[in-house]
Design a protein around this ligand. Structure first.
Ligand code: DQA
Length: 146
């Protein structure tokens, strides 16, 4: 079974982008760790990052054909992209919303997520562990938890 880790705009700059908020680890090292953790649980973890809304929609649509679930950090699109919301609502596989920072403790605009209502659940505020927790949640949803 395959799980997709999908990252939106500016997350390719993790490690150099506002390290006081997002930490010093790169996206690659976070993804490498998720691949390993996923393997230990019996999943193939695929990852993809893009800054363009439409590319994220394309990848979500593709995931419906060959993935069992998606871990999605939509970056700032979280707060206003109805197109991404519709894409998530259009597919049947579970999508977990993740954020590294605690979006509720930051600027007002970050407190709104237009994708949250169509995601299976949301995790925010635990740095790279937000992704780890999402992987555990997916494992539980997919019936793999021991
Ligand atoms: C983020 C939070 C968003 O508000 C922000 O636009 C990001 C990253 C996070 O992981 O904390 O790009 O999704």
């Amino acid at each position: 079974m395959k799980i997709l880790v999908l990252n939106g705009p500016n997350l390719n700059l993790l490690g150099e982008r506002e390290p006081n908020i997002y930490g010093g680890e790169t996206m690659q090292s976070i993804n490498d760790e998720l691949v390993q953790l996923g393997r230990d649980m019996g999943y193939e973890v695929d990852y993809y990052q893009n800054n363009v809304e439409g590319r994220l929609i394309d990848r979500l649509q593709e995931a419906r054909l060959d993935c069992a679930g998606v871990i999605f950090n939509a970056g700032a699109y979280t707060h206003y992209s109805y197109a991404l919301r519709d894409a998530i609502a259009s597919i049947k596989i579970p999508v977990i919303e993740v954020h590294m920072s605690n979006v509720h403790s930051r600027e007002e605009f970050r407190k709104t997520s237009v994708i949250a209502p169509v995601c299976r659940g949301s995790i925010s505020g635990f740095g790279k562990y937000s992704y780890h927790l999402a992987l555990s949640a997916l494992n539980n949803i997919l019936g793999g938890e021991k």
